[in-house]
Design a binder for this molecule. Structure first.
Ligand code: DGL
Length: 266
């Protein structure tokens, strides 16, 4: 059956982090209708157990794909992807694109051979990350740091609050303090929230350190998977939240800047 041109791409994260992936998608597929889902009732995923994240993500995506009928689902969250991508793919019939730490491009770029990786505490302990390291960075030093405060900082920044400089400085200092940390020249932003505060992170690392994330690669992958499909936006794109909360109003300009003209609670 041909795909309805108005069928959306569903982009999913625990919070506003996936907006960094949506920005990349807008650059390659501006005409694609999108429903952005933030599981703010479950935020932060990075402080949950693997079982909690897997159950939550599979359950929610199951209900959402049934109700919203997307043509493709993008899990725009490293924590959810590194824990639950395989399980979600097993149960859903719709194509799923995940987000995994950009260790491969980082290994190709580093000159010093020392790579930093900032993610959530759940992401940095995943076997998925061990496997990427073994496959692409076995001859490099990969220093991992879990920085839940940076998720909070990004959520606050998109609500119009000033960037939490102390949280940024702590994360940078933690990586620099590890053995070989002074030689880091490439940092993988392995949480989709972190590109949203890349400017402050880049300034704190200083010149000579390159920050990389997977958003452009994900956007290209989505464009490739939908290359033969037609897109038609019949209504403004929608942002859905899993819980109503006082701060949602503060997000309206960030959502509008991401092309999300309507919002609702799922
Ligand atoms: N944006 C999510 C990620 O990419 C994590 C945020 C959270 O802890 O929920 O890992």
């Amino acid at each position: 059956m041909p795909i309805d041109p108005a069928a959306p791409i569903l982009m999913f994260d625990s919070g506003v982090g996936g907006l960094s992936v949506l920005a990349a998608l807008r650059r390659v597929l501006p005409q694609a209708p999108v429903i952005y889902v933030a599981d703010n009732a479950g935020l932060p995923y990075g402080q949950k157990t693997e079982a909690e994240v897997a159950a939550r993500v599979s359950g929610l995506l199951g209900r959402m794909t049934e109700r919203l009928r997307p043509r493709l689902v993008c899990i725009a969250c490293n924590t959810a992807s590194t824990i639950a991508l395989a399980a979600v793919r097993d149960v859903l019939e719709v194509p799923i694109v995940g987000t995994v730490p950009a260790i491969k491009p980082a290994a190709a770029l580093t000159q010093t051979g020392v790579i930093g990786l900032l993610g959530t505490e759940a992401t940095i302990r995943q076997g998925y990350v061990d496997r990427l390291e073994a496959e692409f960075a076995a001859d490099k030093v990969l220093l991992r740091h879990g920085a839940p405060d940076l998720v909070t900082a990004a959520e606050a920044q998109l609500r119009g609050h000033p960037v939490d400089q102390a949280a940024i400085d702590r994360a940078v200092a933690a990586l620099r303090a590890m053995p070989h940390g002074d030689r880091i020249d490439t940092v993988v932003l392995a949480c989709t929230h972190f590109p949203l505060i890349a400017e402050a992170l880049g300034a704190a690392f200083g010149p000579g350190v390159r920050l990389i994330d997977g958003a452009d690669g994900i956007a290209r992958r989505i464009a490739w998977l939908t290359r033969d499909q037609h897109f038609e936006r019949r209504a403004p794109d929608l942002a859905l939240f899993t819980r109503d909360e006082a701060g949602l109003g503060e997000l309206s300009s960030a959502l509008a800047a991401s092309g999300l003209g309507r919002s609702d609670v799922f």
